[in-house]
Write a protein that binds this ligand. Structure first.
Ligand SMILES: *[C@@H]1O[C@H](CO)[C@@H](O)[C@H](O)[C@H]1NC(C)=O
Ligand SMILES: *[C@@H]1O[C@H](CO)[C@@H](O)[C@H](O)[C@H]1NC(C)=O
Ligand SMILES: *[C@@H]1O[C@H](CO)[C@@H](O)[C@H](O)[C@H]1NC(C)=O
Ligand SMILES: *[C@@H]1O[C@H](CO)[C@@H](O)[C@H](O)[C@H]1NC(C)=O
Ligand SMILES: *[C@@H]1O[C@H](CO)[C@@H](O)[C@H](O)[C@H]1NC(C)=O
Ligand SMILES: *[C@@H]1O[C@H](CO)[C@@H](O)[C@H](O)[C@H]1NC(C)=O
Ligand SMILES: *[C@@H]1O[C@H](CO)[C@@H](O)[C@H](O)[C@H]1NC(C)=O
Length: 239
Protein backbone atom coordinates (compact mmCIF):
# COMPACT_ATOMS: atom_id res chain seq x y z
CA UNK A 1 0.00 0.00 0.00
CA UNK A 2 2.71 2.43 1.05
CA UNK A 3 5.79 0.65 -0.15
CA UNK A 4 8.25 3.32 0.83
CA UNK A 5 7.00 3.84 4.33
CA UNK A 6 6.65 0.12 4.77
CA UNK A 7 10.28 -0.37 3.85
CA UNK A 8 11.33 2.45 6.11
CA UNK A 9 9.62 0.94 9.12
CA UNK A 10 10.88 -2.50 8.36
CA UNK A 11 14.33 -1.03 8.43
CA UNK A 12 13.63 0.92 11.58
CA UNK A 13 12.18 -2.18 13.26
CA UNK A 14 15.33 -4.09 12.60
CA UNK A 15 17.60 -1.22 13.55
CA UNK A 16 15.74 -0.50 16.75
CA UNK A 17 15.39 -4.06 17.92
CA UNK A 18 18.13 -3.76 20.57
CA UNK A 19 16.42 -0.65 21.96
CA UNK A 20 13.06 -2.34 22.34
CA UNK A 21 11.96 -2.05 25.94
CA UNK A 22 9.50 -4.53 27.29
CA UNK A 23 8.22 -3.28 30.59
CA UNK A 24 6.77 -5.14 33.51
CA UNK A 25 3.84 -2.73 33.65
CA UNK A 26 1.77 -5.11 31.56
CA UNK A 27 -1.86 -5.24 32.56
CA UNK A 28 -4.92 -7.36 32.02
CA UNK A 29 -8.57 -6.58 31.65
CA UNK A 30 -11.58 -8.86 32.19
CA UNK A 31 -14.73 -7.92 30.32
CA UNK A 32 -18.17 -9.30 29.53
CA UNK A 33 -18.75 -10.64 26.04
CA UNK A 34 -20.75 -8.20 23.95
CA UNK A 35 -19.43 -5.13 25.73
CA UNK A 36 -17.50 -2.25 24.20
CA UNK A 37 -13.95 -2.18 25.45
CA UNK A 38 -11.26 0.47 25.51
CA UNK A 39 -7.73 -0.85 25.63
CA UNK A 40 -5.81 1.78 27.46
CA UNK A 41 -2.20 1.67 28.44
CA UNK A 42 -1.13 3.99 31.18
CA UNK A 43 2.22 5.67 31.14
CA UNK A 44 2.92 5.52 27.47
CA UNK A 45 5.46 8.19 26.65
CA UNK A 46 4.18 11.41 25.11
CA UNK A 47 5.21 12.62 21.68
CA UNK A 48 5.36 9.30 19.91
CA UNK A 49 5.50 9.65 16.16
CA UNK A 50 4.29 6.21 15.16
CA UNK A 51 2.26 3.51 16.83
CA UNK A 52 1.05 0.02 16.05
CA UNK A 53 -1.57 -2.09 17.83
CA UNK A 54 -1.31 -5.85 17.36
CA UNK A 55 -3.32 -8.86 18.51
CA UNK A 56 -0.66 -11.35 19.51
CA UNK A 57 2.53 -10.74 17.60
CA UNK A 58 1.02 -11.97 14.37
CA UNK A 59 -2.02 -9.80 13.66
CA UNK A 60 -1.49 -6.09 13.01
CA UNK A 61 -4.70 -4.22 13.77
CA UNK A 62 -3.90 -0.59 13.11
CA UNK A 63 -0.93 1.68 12.69
CA UNK A 64 -0.67 5.43 12.83
CA UNK A 65 1.97 7.94 11.85
CA UNK A 66 2.11 11.51 13.10
CA UNK A 67 0.16 13.82 10.80
CA UNK A 68 -1.73 11.02 9.10
CA UNK A 69 -5.00 9.20 9.62
CA UNK A 70 -4.89 5.71 11.15
CA UNK A 71 -4.38 2.83 8.78
CA UNK A 72 -6.59 -0.13 9.69
CA UNK A 73 -5.23 -3.42 8.41
CA UNK A 74 -7.39 -5.92 6.57
CA UNK A 75 -8.44 -8.21 9.43
CA UNK A 76 -11.55 -9.12 11.34
CA UNK A 77 -10.77 -6.13 13.55
CA UNK A 78 -11.16 -3.67 10.71
CA UNK A 79 -14.83 -2.82 11.32
CA UNK A 80 -14.68 -3.40 15.06
CA UNK A 81 -12.02 -0.96 16.21
CA UNK A 82 -11.39 2.76 16.41
CA UNK A 83 -8.04 4.21 17.35
CA UNK A 84 -7.69 7.47 19.21
CA UNK A 85 -4.22 8.57 18.10
CA UNK A 86 -3.92 11.25 20.81
CA UNK A 87 -4.11 8.77 23.66
CA UNK A 88 -3.25 5.57 21.77
CA UNK A 89 -6.49 4.08 23.13
CA UNK A 90 -7.95 1.29 21.02
CA UNK A 91 -11.74 1.02 21.22
CA UNK A 92 -13.15 -2.40 20.35
CA UNK A 93 -16.85 -2.77 19.67
CA UNK A 94 -18.83 -5.70 21.08
CA UNK A 95 -16.03 -8.08 21.97
CA UNK A 96 -16.42 -11.83 21.60
CA UNK A 97 -14.36 -14.83 22.64
CA UNK A 98 -12.27 -14.43 19.46
CA UNK A 99 -10.95 -11.17 20.88
CA UNK A 100 -9.37 -12.95 23.85
CA UNK A 101 -5.63 -12.76 24.19
CA UNK A 102 -2.66 -10.50 24.27
CA UNK A 103 -2.64 -7.09 22.63
CA UNK A 104 0.60 -5.25 21.97
CA UNK A 105 1.12 -1.55 21.58
CA UNK A 106 4.35 -0.43 20.00
CA UNK A 107 5.19 3.24 19.95
CA UNK A 108 8.09 4.97 18.31
CA UNK A 109 9.47 8.09 19.97
CA UNK A 110 10.91 11.22 18.39
CA UNK A 111 14.40 10.20 19.47
CA UNK A 112 14.02 6.87 17.66
CA UNK A 113 13.53 4.58 20.63
CA UNK A 114 10.65 2.13 20.54
CA UNK A 115 8.53 0.96 23.45
CA UNK A 116 6.23 -2.00 23.68
CA UNK A 117 3.38 -2.58 26.13
CA UNK A 118 1.13 -5.60 26.59
CA UNK A 119 -2.42 -5.87 27.71
CA UNK A 120 -4.22 -9.16 28.13
CA UNK A 121 -7.92 -9.19 27.39
CA UNK A 122 -10.12 -11.92 28.85
CA UNK A 123 -13.65 -12.00 27.48
CA UNK A 124 -16.13 -14.02 29.50
CA UNK A 125 -19.85 -14.70 29.24
CA UNK A 126 -22.26 -13.52 31.93
CA UNK A 127 -23.19 -16.31 34.34
CA UNK A 128 -26.34 -18.25 33.50
CA UNK A 129 -29.20 -18.00 35.99
CA UNK A 130 -28.93 -20.67 38.68
CA UNK A 131 -31.79 -22.89 39.85
CA UNK A 132 -32.09 -24.11 43.43
CA UNK A 133 -32.86 -27.80 43.66
CA UNK A 134 -34.22 -29.28 46.86
CA UNK A 135 -32.15 -32.32 47.71
CA UNK A 136 -33.76 -32.86 51.08
CA UNK A 137 -35.96 -31.09 53.62
CA UNK A 138 -36.49 -32.87 56.90
CA UNK A 139 -38.20 -31.80 60.10
CA UNK A 140 -36.53 -32.84 63.34
CA UNK A 141 -38.71 -31.70 66.25
CA UNK A 142 -38.51 -27.88 66.15
CA UNK A 143 -35.52 -28.00 63.88
CA UNK A 144 -35.22 -28.48 60.21
CA UNK A 145 -32.58 -30.12 58.13
CA UNK A 146 -32.06 -28.52 54.74
CA UNK A 147 -30.05 -29.76 51.82
CA UNK A 148 -30.32 -27.43 48.83
CA UNK A 149 -28.14 -27.40 45.76
CA UNK A 150 -27.58 -24.54 43.40
CA UNK A 151 -27.46 -25.76 39.83
CA UNK A 152 -25.58 -23.81 37.17
CA UNK A 153 -24.43 -24.55 33.66
CA UNK A 154 -20.92 -23.34 34.43
CA UNK A 155 -19.17 -24.83 37.43
CA UNK A 156 -16.43 -22.20 37.55
CA UNK A 157 -18.48 -19.64 39.46
CA UNK A 158 -18.52 -18.35 43.02
CA UNK A 159 -21.48 -19.27 45.19
CA UNK A 160 -23.04 -17.07 47.86
CA UNK A 161 -25.99 -18.28 49.91
CA UNK A 162 -28.18 -15.77 51.74
CA UNK A 163 -31.07 -15.97 54.16
CA UNK A 164 -33.11 -13.08 55.58
CA UNK A 165 -30.43 -12.23 58.16
CA UNK A 166 -27.70 -12.05 55.52
CA UNK A 167 -25.12 -14.35 53.99
CA UNK A 168 -24.23 -17.69 55.52
CA UNK A 169 -20.77 -18.18 56.95
CA UNK A 170 -17.87 -18.59 54.56
CA UNK A 171 -17.41 -22.31 55.20
CA UNK A 172 -20.91 -22.98 53.89
CA UNK A 173 -20.37 -21.17 50.60
CA UNK A 174 -20.30 -23.83 47.91
CA UNK A 175 -22.80 -25.27 45.44
CA UNK A 176 -24.61 -27.36 48.10
CA UNK A 177 -26.10 -25.76 51.22
CA UNK A 178 -26.47 -28.21 54.12
CA UNK A 179 -27.76 -26.62 57.30
CA UNK A 180 -29.75 -27.36 60.40
CA UNK A 181 -32.22 -24.61 61.21
CA UNK A 182 -33.61 -24.03 64.69
CA UNK A 183 -36.32 -21.57 65.79
CA UNK A 184 -33.66 -18.91 66.54
CA UNK A 185 -32.11 -18.82 63.14
CA UNK A 186 -34.87 -19.75 60.77
CA UNK A 187 -35.50 -17.73 57.62
CA UNK A 188 -38.28 -16.91 55.22
CA UNK A 189 -36.10 -17.46 52.19
CA UNK A 190 -32.88 -18.95 50.91
CA UNK A 191 -31.10 -17.33 47.99
CA UNK A 192 -28.25 -18.70 45.96
CA UNK A 193 -26.24 -16.12 44.09
CA UNK A 194 -23.68 -17.21 41.52
CA UNK A 195 -21.11 -14.85 40.13
CA UNK A 196 -18.06 -14.63 37.92
CA UNK A 197 -15.80 -11.60 37.50
CA UNK A 198 -18.28 -9.83 35.22
CA UNK A 199 -21.79 -10.68 36.43
CA UNK A 200 -24.00 -12.34 38.99
CA UNK A 201 -27.48 -13.91 39.09
CA UNK A 202 -29.57 -15.57 41.77
CA UNK A 203 -32.49 -17.83 42.58
CA UNK A 204 -34.59 -17.84 45.74
CA UNK A 205 -36.73 -20.39 47.59
CA UNK A 206 -39.34 -19.02 50.00
CA UNK A 207 -40.26 -20.81 53.19
CA UNK A 208 -42.84 -20.68 55.91
CA UNK A 209 -40.42 -21.19 58.79
CA UNK A 210 -39.04 -23.47 59.77
CA UNK A 211 -39.52 -25.99 57.05
CA UNK A 212 -42.47 -25.52 54.76
CA UNK A 213 -41.87 -24.48 51.26
CA UNK A 214 -43.90 -21.36 50.47
CA UNK A 215 -43.44 -20.48 46.83
CA UNK A 216 -40.65 -19.97 44.42
CA UNK A 217 -40.54 -16.69 42.53
CA UNK A 218 -42.37 -18.22 39.53
CA UNK A 219 -45.08 -19.59 41.83
CA UNK A 220 -45.46 -16.16 43.46
CA UNK A 221 -46.49 -14.68 40.17
CA UNK A 222 -49.03 -17.43 39.56
CA UNK A 223 -50.36 -16.99 43.11
CA UNK A 224 -50.65 -13.23 42.61
CA UNK A 225 -52.44 -13.82 39.36
CA UNK A 226 -54.86 -16.30 40.96
CA UNK A 227 -55.55 -13.83 43.76
CA UNK A 228 -56.16 -11.11 41.22
CA UNK A 229 -58.50 -13.36 39.26
CA UNK A 230 -60.44 -14.37 42.40
CA UNK A 231 -60.76 -10.78 43.57
CA UNK A 232 -61.80 -9.59 40.14
CA UNK A 233 -64.37 -12.39 39.87
CA UNK A 234 -65.69 -11.58 43.33
CA UNK A 235 -65.75 -7.94 42.37
CA UNK A 236 -67.79 -8.74 39.27
CA UNK A 237 -70.22 -10.91 41.27
CA UNK A 238 -70.90 -8.18 43.78
CA UNK A 239 -71.39 -5.27 41.42
C1 LIG B 1 -21.30 -0.37 21.74
O1 LIG B 1 -21.11 0.72 20.86
C2 LIG B 1 -22.04 0.77 19.79
C3 LIG B 1 -21.68 1.94 18.92
O2 LIG B 1 -20.34 1.89 18.57
C4 LIG B 1 -23.44 0.96 20.32
O3 LIG B 1 -24.37 0.94 19.28
C5 LIG B 1 -23.75 -0.19 21.29
O4 LIG B 1 -25.00 0.04 21.89
C6 LIG B 1 -22.68 -0.28 22.37
N1 LIG B 1 -22.93 -1.49 23.17
C7 LIG B 1 -22.86 -1.49 24.49
C8 LIG B 1 -23.12 -2.79 25.16
O5 LIG B 1 -22.60 -0.46 25.12
C1 LIG C 1 6.39 17.10 23.02
O1 LIG C 1 6.58 17.94 21.91
C2 LIG C 1 6.20 19.29 22.15
C3 LIG C 1 6.37 20.05 20.89
O2 LIG C 1 6.84 19.25 19.86
C4 LIG C 1 7.06 19.86 23.27
O3 LIG C 1 6.64 21.17 23.57
C5 LIG C 1 6.89 18.99 24.52
O4 LIG C 1 7.77 19.46 25.53
C6 LIG C 1 7.20 17.56 24.20
N1 LIG C 1 6.90 16.74 25.38
C7 LIG C 1 7.70 15.76 25.81
C8 LIG C 1 7.25 15.03 27.03
O5 LIG C 1 8.74 15.48 25.24
C1 LIG D 1 13.83 8.77 24.16
O1 LIG D 1 12.84 9.51 24.85
C2 LIG D 1 12.14 8.79 25.87
C3 LIG D 1 11.08 9.71 26.44
O2 LIG D 1 10.37 10.36 25.45
C4 LIG D 1 13.10 8.32 26.95
O3 LIG D 1 12.41 7.57 27.91
C5 LIG D 1 14.20 7.48 26.31
O4 LIG D 1 15.15 7.17 27.27
C6 LIG D 1 14.86 8.22 25.16
N1 LIG D 1 15.75 7.30 24.49
C7 LIG D 1 16.92 7.66 24.03
C8 LIG D 1 17.72 6.61 23.35
O5 LIG D 1 17.33 8.82 24.15
C1 LIG E 1 -26.94 -33.19 50.09
O1 LIG E 1 -27.15 -33.27 48.69
C2 LIG E 1 -25.97 -33.48 47.96
C3 LIG E 1 -26.32 -33.41 46.49
O2 LIG E 1 -27.26 -34.38 46.15
C4 LIG E 1 -25.34 -34.81 48.32
O3 LIG E 1 -24.13 -34.96 47.62
C5 LIG E 1 -25.07 -34.82 49.82
O4 LIG E 1 -24.57 -36.10 50.21
C6 LIG E 1 -26.32 -34.50 50.58
N1 LIG E 1 -25.98 -34.43 52.00
C7 LIG E 1 -26.55 -35.20 52.91
C8 LIG E 1 -26.05 -35.03 54.29
O5 LIG E 1 -27.42 -36.00 52.61
C1 LIG F 1 -17.20 -20.83 32.52
O1 LIG F 1 -16.69 -19.66 33.15
C2 LIG F 1 -15.31 -19.43 32.92
C3 LIG F 1 -14.87 -18.21 33.71
O2 LIG F 1 -15.87 -17.61 34.43
C4 LIG F 1 -15.06 -19.24 31.43
O3 LIG F 1 -13.68 -19.06 31.19
C5 LIG F 1 -15.57 -20.45 30.68
O4 LIG F 1 -15.45 -20.21 29.29
C6 LIG F 1 -17.03 -20.72 31.01
N1 LIG F 1 -17.46 -21.93 30.36
C7 LIG F 1 -18.57 -22.00 29.64
C8 LIG F 1 -18.89 -23.32 29.04
O5 LIG F 1 -19.31 -21.02 29.48
C1 LIG G 1 -28.70 -22.38 63.92
O1 LIG G 1 -28.31 -22.46 65.28
C2 LIG G 1 -27.86 -23.75 65.68
C3 LIG G 1 -27.63 -23.71 67.19
O2 LIG G 1 -27.17 -22.45 67.60
C4 LIG G 1 -26.60 -24.12 64.92
O3 LIG G 1 -26.15 -25.41 65.31
C5 LIG G 1 -26.91 -24.11 63.44
O4 LIG G 1 -25.71 -24.35 62.70
C6 LIG G 1 -27.48 -22.75 63.04
N1 LIG G 1 -27.88 -22.84 61.65
C7 LIG G 1 -27.55 -21.91 60.79
C8 LIG G 1 -28.02 -22.11 59.41
O5 LIG G 1 -26.87 -20.94 61.10
C1 LIG H 1 -31.07 -11.23 42.89
O1 LIG H 1 -31.22 -10.75 41.56
C2 LIG H 1 -32.07 -9.63 41.43
C3 LIG H 1 -32.17 -9.28 39.97
O2 LIG H 1 -32.39 -10.41 39.20
C4 LIG H 1 -31.56 -8.47 42.25
O3 LIG H 1 -32.47 -7.40 42.17
C5 LIG H 1 -31.37 -8.90 43.68
O4 LIG H 1 -30.76 -7.84 44.39
C6 LIG H 1 -30.51 -10.14 43.79
N1 LIG H 1 -30.49 -10.57 45.16
C7 LIG H 1 -29.38 -10.86 45.79
C8 LIG H 1 -29.53 -11.28 47.20
O5 LIG H 1 -28.29 -10.79 45.26
Amino acid sequence: MYPRRWELYLTLDILLLPLLVTSNQDTSQIVMSGSNVSLQISEIPKNFTHLTWLHTTKQKIVEWTLGETPNYFQSRFKDKVILDPESAVLHIKEVGKEENGIYLLRVLMQNGSEKERKITLKVIDPVPKPVIKIEKIQKLDDNCYLNLSCLTQNESVDYLWYRDSGPFSKELQRSVLEVIINPQNQSKFYTCQVSNPVSSKNDTLYFIPPCDLAQSSGVTQIADWLMFTVLTTLGLLFT
